[in-house]
Write a protein that binds this ligand. Structure first.
Ligand SMILES: Cc1ncc(Cc2c([C@H](C)O)sc(CCOP(=O)(O)OP(=O)(O)O)c2C)c(N)n1
Ligand SMILES: [Mg+2]
Length: 540
C-alpha cells in the first residue's frame, strides 16, 4: 500500500465519510490516488473557503471527521478562515495539503505558491489546528497519522497534514489507531461527586447543552441524564439545534436580552447552572440581562471541569457523562415536563411585504405540512430568524460568526447525510460563496435556498446606520439561478413567498433559490430584540 492509501484508510477508520477539495500541481499526485483508490468519495468545489466550510459541515452533521484537501500555498492559505472557524467552534476537520517534494525543497529556488519560507504554511496552520504533521518519512508516517487523527477526535479540533508531492507512492504500512488515553478514575469519581452535590442543593438547577455534546456524539446520553436528574435543558445560541430528536426536557435557546424572557429568567436566575460542552463566548453569554457569575457555574468543556475556583484536568466530556449516568438512576419523582414553545405559524399569504419573521412562519408552516428539513445557516439576520423556526438540526457559525458558511455547509450537509437541506443566507454572504450552488448539478444536490435580500449588510447598519457603505444595491440573484443549474424566483409579497416554497418543496433534482426581497431596515423579531438589548446594556 502507498502512503496516501494508508492515510485514506486511516481517515475512513477514524470516521471520515467523504473528502471535499480543490487540487493544484502540488496536490495532483495525491488527488490521483484519492480518485483511483475510491476509498473515500471526492467532491470538488469552486473556491477553497467553500471546501473548508463544506468539510466542517460534514463533521458537524454526521460526527466523525470532515476532510478538506487542497494544494500548497494559494489553496491552503485561501482556506485559513474556514479552518479558523472550525477551530473556534470545535469541529474536527482534517486539512490535507500537497507540498513541495523533498528534492525541490533543496533546489535553492523560490517555489511558486511559496509565501515566506517553505514552512510558513505549516507555521500558520499551527495557530488554527491542534496537531500537525509533514509526511516526509514513510517509516514514521503510520504513527504520525495515528497521533494526528487521534488528536483531532480527542480535542474535536482541526489538524493539518502536509504531503510532499514526491512521497505519495512511497510504500507505507497501515495505520494502527492509537489506544485511548487513560484517565484518573478517582479524579473522575470525585468530580462527579462534587457536581451531583452542587446540583442536589440547588433550588433551580438548569443544564445548558453546548456544541461539544454534538461533537462527541452525546446527545442521547445527555437527554437521558437530564431526565434522570430532573433538569430543564436549554441550549446556547451556538448550541441551537442540539437534542432536537431526543426526548429531553428542552425549554429553548438562551440568548440573554435577545431571547425568550422565560428562558432568560430560567438561566440567569439559576443557582445551579451546569454548562455541559459549552463554549464560554460573547455570542453565548455577553448579552445577559443580568450578568451571569460564571464562577458559580459548573463548566465541563475542553476536557476539563471547573467548579467555582478549582478545576479538574483531563476529564473528557464523554467519560464525565458516562460516569454521571452510572451514578444517577432514573427517578420518576424528578420527572420534568416542559411546555413546548409555540413557534410562529400561520403565514397570511397576502400582498403584504415580507419581514424575516414571516419567513420563519412560512418555514414552520412548510415543516408542519411536509416534515422538517435540516438547516444550514449563514450569519446575519437569517441566523436570528432561524431562532424563530421550529427546533431542527442547525449548522451555523454562531460563535466565530464568519460569512460564507451557509451555502457550502448546506452542500456538505446533503453530501454526507443525503438529507435535503434548507439553506438560509443573506445577500452579502451569498455574494461570497453562494456561487458554489453551481456544483449541485454534478452531484445531484438540490437544496432549498432562502436568500434574505435586504440589499444591505443590515447587521452592520443596525449598529452604524450613518454609513452608506452598507448599501449593497440589488443583485439579480434569482435570474442567475438558471445559469448555475437551478431554479430561481424573486418574491416580494407573503403570497408569493408561500407559493415559491410550495413549488420548491415539490421540485427535486435541482436547487431551488428563493430570493426574498426584504424592505430595508426590517429586522427579525429576534435581531430587533438583540439590538435593543445590546443598546440597553451598553447604556447601563
Ligand atoms: C467573512 C466575513 N466578512 C465580514 C464579516 C463582518 C460582518 C458581520 C459580522 C457582525 O461580523 S455581519 C455582516 C453583514 C452581513 O450581510 P448579509 O449577509 O447581507 O446579512 P444581513 O443583511 O442579514 O446582515 C458583515 C459584513 C463577517 N462576519 N464575515
Ligand atoms: Mg443583507
Amino acid at each position: 500500500m502507498n502512503l496516501v492509501e494508508s492515510l485514506l484508510h486511516a481517515l475512513k477508520d477514524h470516521g471520515a465519510h467523504e473528502i471535499f477539495g480543490i487540487p493544484g500541481d502540488f496536490a495532483l499526485p495525491y488527488f490521483r490516488i484519492i480518485e483511483e483508490s475510491q476509498i473515500l468519495p471526492l467532491y470538488t468545489l469552486s473556491h477553497e473557503p467553500g471546501v473548508g466550510f463544506a468539510a466542517d459541515a460534514t463533521a458537524r452533521m454526521r460526527g466523525g471527521l470532515g476532510v478538506a484537501a487542497v494544494t500548497y500555498g494559494a489553496g491552503a492559505f485561501n482556506m485559513v478562515n474556514a479552518v479558523a472557524a472550525a477551530y473556534a467552534e470545535k469541529s474536527p476537520v482534517v486539512v490535507i495539503s500537497g507540498g513541495p517534494g523533498k528534492g525541490e525543497a533543496s533546489s535553492g529556488l523560490l517555489l511558486h505558491h511559496q509565501a515566506k519560507t517553505l514552512d510558513s504554511q505549516l507555521q500558520i496552520f499551527k495557530e488554527i489546528t491542534c496537531d500537525q504533521v509533514k509526511l516526509d518519512d514513510a517509516a514514521r508516517a503510520p504513527a504520525d497519522i495515528a497521533r494526528v487523527l487521534a488528536s483531532c477526535l480527542r480535542n474535536s479540533e482541526p489538524v493539518y497534514i502536509e504531503i510532499p508531492r514526491d512521497m505519495v507512492r512511497e510504500e507505507c504500512a497501515p495505520v494502527v489507531r492509537e489506544a485511548p488515553r487513560a484517565i484518573d478514575r478517582d479524579a473522575l469519581a470525585a468530580c462527579v461527586d462534587e457536581i451531583l452535590g452542587r446540583l442536589d442543593v440547588a433550588k433551580t438547577p438548569v443544564l445548558m447543552a453546548g456544541v461539544e455534546v454534538r461533537r462527541f456524539g452525546l446527545e442521547e446520553k445527555v437527554a437521558d441524564l437530564s431526565r434522570r436528574l430532573g433538569l430543564p435543558v436549554v441550549t446556547s445560541f451556538m448550541g441551537r439545534g442540539l437534542l432536537t430528536d431526543c426526548d429531553a426536557p428542552l425549554v429553548g435557546t438562551y440568548m440573554g436580552v435577545a431571547g425568550l424572557p422565560d428562558v432568560t429568567q430560567l438561566v440567569e436566575g439559576s443557582d445551579g447552572l451546569f454548562l455541559l460542552g459549552e463554549i464560554i463566548s460573547d455570542t453565548n453569554f455577553a448579552v445577559s440581562e443580568t450578568r451571569i457569575d460564571l464562577r458559580k457555574t459548573i463548566q465541563a468543556h475542553n476536557g476539563q471541569v471547573t467548579l467555582g475556583y478549582h478545576m479538574y484536568a483531563n476529564i473528557p466530556l464523554a467519560e464525565l457523562v458516562d460516569e454521571m449516568l452510572a451514578r444517577v438512576k432514573a427517578s420518576a419523582d424528578k420527572a420534568f415536563s416542559v411546555a413546548p414553545h409555540q413557534y410562529p405559524r400561520g403565514l397570511v399569504a397576502d400582498a403584504e411585504t415580507i419581514a424575516p419573521t414571516d419567513i420563519a412562519k412560512a418555514v414552520n408552516d412548510l415543516f408542519a405540512e411536509h416534515g422538517k428539513l435540516p438547516i444550514a445557516s449563514d450569519i446575519g439576520d437569517c441566523l436570528f430568524t432561524a431562532m424563530e423556526i421550529e427546533q431542527t438540526a442547525l449548522l451555523a457559525p454562531g460563535y466565530y460568526a464568519t460569512m460564507g458558511f451557509g451555502v457550502p455547509a448546506g452542500l456538505g450537509l446533503q453530501a454526507t447525510s443525503g438529507q435535503r437541506p434548507l439553506i438560509l443566507v443573506g445577500d452579502g454572504a451569498f455574494q461570497m460563496t453562494g456561487w458554489e450552488l453551481g456544483n449541485c448539478k454534478r452531484y445531484g444536490w438540490d437544496p432549498i435556498v432562502l436568500l434574505f435580500n435586504n440589499a444591505s449588510w443590515e447587521m452592520l447598519r443596525t449598529f452604524q446606520p450613518e454609513s452608506g457603505f452598507n448599501d449593497l444595491g440589488h443583485w439579480g440573484f434569482a435570474e442567475m439561478a438558471a445559469g448555475l443549474g437551478g431554479d430561481g424566483v424573486r418574491v416580494s409579497t407573503r403570497a408569493e413567498l408561500k407559493a415559491a416554497l410550495d413549488k420548491a418543496i415539490a421540485t427535486r433534482g435541482r436547487f431551488q433559490l428563493i430570493e426574498v426581497t426584504i424592505p430595508r431596515g426590517v429586522l427579525s423579531t429576534t435581531l430587533a430584540r438583540f439590538v435593543a438589548g445590546v443598546k440597553r446594556i451598553s447604556m447601563k
